[in-house]
Design a protein around this ligand. Structure first.
Ligand SMILES: Cc1ncc(COP(=O)(O)O)c(CN[C@@H](CS)C(=O)O)c1O
Length: 398
């Protein structure tokens, strides 16, 4: 049995999405910017895809949605556009973000710091999230942007987006949220939360890899990251990947419907809880950040005495896919930065395993995964030179 439990890294393309994409490879293949029929033939489904994106995040008609390659590009577009427009060519010089953002935010902020920008990385509490008041406390006269993720990719923890949006609106500071791990898992409403910019990637909600989007509230347009042709109204040069854009639109429609979000919140959550609770029956295990206020599909569990990479190897031998944290950090054997941010000790910071489910997982798969995980923990602890179960350390403290 093959069990895929790494959906926060990427998801399977929904068959309905693939079906919608197919015509745009060999039948409706013109360049959307071409005036002839071959190009114009792409427009109806591109418009439909954009409409699905607007509906999926409740964007106002006058707002803009720019098609990008992925959330990384969307995040870079906002941070570097703010840098150019408000810092290099304005009187601002400060950005507020958090210490548990995805590297697409933190690495870009580190680059901006190298260019002289002041960046505040808000610390997270023991639940792995932060209070909106922390944002208010650090907003300055020269703050150009606040960028806080909607949901953390490793723990699933949700951030107080509505409260932060209100604070930023009151302070007159643009608010960006990286919603990559929220779309299709929890309701996302840019108007209700006063979001100025929002990033997303289609492959996180059963759309194709290599396409994403950036929501831009009317009046907050930025200097583009990519210059060239007049695509996307000049906001993002380069010929649009029509098939992927159409696929992203259909994926958004499927993932953000009331029925889909209810399925995530009920069925997927039930499967995640079943997997998590079975693992927690093993001594010296703990959910990083706790069980509250999370996306319904994610759990990051520390298994004391078991290196995350060793666990992944064992699981992979039985064709179970998971990760120790974000996939983009899976190559290095560094301690999990998110767990470090929680203040976990160095030993624990290497013991995290992330399981992230989707609507395509079944109860049979979860039952099989539980059996394999328990066997793997037994095997790995038996060969561990550092682990010895004693009742006193059963309740491990991060
Ligand atoms: C919150 C967040 N923000 C941006 C990205 C980047 O998405 P791209 O489509 O690769 O550009 C991701 C992707 N996180 C994957 C791969 S590193 C994970 O395993 O956690 C993300 O989770």
């Amino acid at each position: 049995m093959e069990v895929y439990l790494d959906n926060n890294a990427t998801t399977k393309v929904d068959p309905e999405v693939f079906k919608a994409m197919e015509p745009f490879f060999c039948h409706i293949y013109g360049n959307p910017n071409s005036l002839h029929k071959f190009g114009a033939g792409t427009h109806p489904k591109m418009v439909e895809a954009l409409n699905y994106l607007y509906e999926g995040i409740n964007a106002a008609d006058e707002d803009d949605i720019i098609i990008t390659a992925n959330a990384t590009e969307s995040n870079n577009t906002v941070l570097k556009g703010i840098w150019i427009d408000k810092i290099l060519n304005g009187n601002k010089n400060h950005i507020i973000t958090s210490e548990v953002e995805h590297p697409a935010i933190t690495a870009t902020c580190r680059f901006l710091e190298s260019q002289g920008v002041s960046v505040t990385y808000l610390s997270v509490n023991e639940e792995g999230t932060l209070d909106a008041q922390q944002v208010k406390d650090y907003i300055r006269e020269d703050t150009a942007l606040v960028s806080i993720m909607w949901a953390n990719n490793e723990t699933g923890k949700l951030f107080p987006i509505k409260e932060i949006g209100e604070i930023c609106k009151e302070a007159g500071v643009p608010f960006h949220t990286d919603a990559t791990q929220a779309i299709g898992k929890v309701p996302v409403d840019v108007q209700a939360t006063n979001v100025t910019y929002l990033s997303l990637s289609a492959h996180k909600f059963h759309g194709p890899k290599g396409v994403g989007a950036l929501y831009v509230k009317k009046g907050f347009e930025l200097t583009p990251l990519l210059h060239g042709g007049e695509q996307m109204g000049g906001h993002r040069a380069g010929t649009v990947d029509v098939a992927s854009m159409v696929g992203m639109g259909v994926a958004m429609k499927l993932a953000t419907s009331k029925m889909a979000l209810a399925y995530e919140d009920n069925h997927v959550r039930k499967l995640r809880d079943k997997l998590e609770n079975a693992i927690l029956e093993i001594p010296d295990t703990i959910v990083i950040g706790g069980k509250e206020n999370r996306t319904p599909n994610t759990t990051l569990i520390s298994i004391r005495g078991v290196e995350g990479e060793s666990m992944l190897w064992d699981l992979n031998q039985k064709t179970i896919g998971a990760s120790t944290g974000s996939a983009c950090a899976s190559e290095d054997l560094e301690a999990n930065p998110v767990m470090n941010a929680f203040g976990s000790d160095s030993e624990l910071a290497h013991t995290g395993v992330r399981f992230s489910l989707s609507r395509f997982n079944t109860e049979e798969e979860i039952d099989y995964a539980i059996e394999i995980i328990k066997n793997a923990v037994t095997r790995l602890r038996n060969i561990s030179s550092s682990y010895a179960y004693t009742p006193k350390n059963h309740v491990s403290q991060l």
